[in-house]
Design a protein around this ligand. Structure first.
Ligand code: FE2
Ligand code: FE2
Length: 293
């Protein structure tokens, strides 16, 4: 058994769906794939994509990202209804959205999916917001502002709190085994790739394509970091920013490896055919390490 990680499949885009279809049907039959959110807001495409993955991997783990909870084509009241619709779909496809102890031959592994949402700067101190010169929060370029709708969270306060409380049912995780956790959103500010300036694959400095937009408003929550650490996670996979990363901070390794959009792959010099989910754990070697970036 091996464990692989990927995020942000965005299979609304035909070239991304083709990328999933081209994954080997033979190579990963005994393996686990962790998908850290953002497949599609279209439930039919989400189902097709997850089904393709379950045909290729022995076990697939998934948590919804922001795109998966958009309600632009759904006849639903809000994104929380969408969340449970997605969870039910996962259950019907035997895609795991709850923690599982995987019994490898010599070493056991606890895979911990963490539901999450971002905290905007006006919503609480757990925000990962960092000021950006020239930003303008009034320019509505963030599509969640159009396609995400939350109910009134009377007890939890906001979406982030609601999802953290859902995760609480699994705590405390008192396992002597290696814990690999994953979420869609970022758990720490340091993980964010520079908001500005931007460099291309050859290291050339580019003009900021969206000078008024500040991603850190919608990046994640530091409460998520507290939660994964309380669970004893030593390796956390996240997605959302579409910037690959491997970093160790205070005893936890953070890893992001997304498919993202084709224009981002072209920009980063990535060849679709040579790009695969990333191997993070093997029975022989445990958690794999790599240079920080
Ligand atoms: Fe994404
Ligand atoms: Fe996202």
């Amino acid at each position: 058994m091996r464990v692989w990680a990927i995020s942000d499949l965005h299979t609304d885009f035909e070239e991304n769906l083709q990328w999933v279809q081209q994954l080997s049907l033979a190579d990963y039959r005994d393996d686990v794939l962790i998908v850290a959110g953002d497949i599609s807001d279209d439930v039919a495409i989400l189902e097709t994509t997850l089904h393709l993955l379950t045909q290729r991997y022995r076990q697939v783990f998934f948590v919804p990202g922001n795109h998966d909870l958009w309600i632009r084509k759904d006849n639903l009241n809000d994104s929380l209804e969408k969340f449970y619709k997605v969870l039910n779909l996962c259950a019907s496809l035997e895609v795991n959205t709850a923690p599982q102890l995987l019994n490898a031959v010599d070493s056991a592994l606890y895979i911990l999916p963490l539901f999450s949402w971002y905290v905007k700067p006006e919503e609480g101190n757990e925000t990962l917001y960092m000021p950006k010169p020239g930003e303008n929060s009034k320019t509505k370029v963030w599509m969640d502002d159009y396609h995400i709708r939350w109910p009134v969270f009377s007890e939890a306060g906001n979406a982030s709190e609601y999802f953290l409380q859902l995760n609480d049912q699994y705590f405390p995780v008192l396992t002597p085994h290696t814990v690999i956790s994953f979420s869609h959103f970022l758990p720490r500010r340091e993980l964010m790739r520079g908001l500005y300036p931007v460099y291309d694959a050859r290291g050339r400095k580019l003009k900021d394509p969206a000078p008024y937009f500040n991603f850190s408003r919608f990046a994640g929550s530091s409460a998520l970091d507290a939660q994964l650490r309380a669970a004893g996670s030593s390796f956390h996979i996240y997605g959302h920013q579409h910037r690959n990363r491997y970093r160790r901070i205070d005893g936890v390794t953070y890893f992001s490896h997304g498919l993202g959009y084709r224009r981002e792959r072209v920009f980063a010099g990535i060849d679709d055919k040579a790009y695969l989910p990333e191997l993070i754990w093997t029975e022989a070697n445990g958690l794999l390490t790599r240079p920080e970036n």
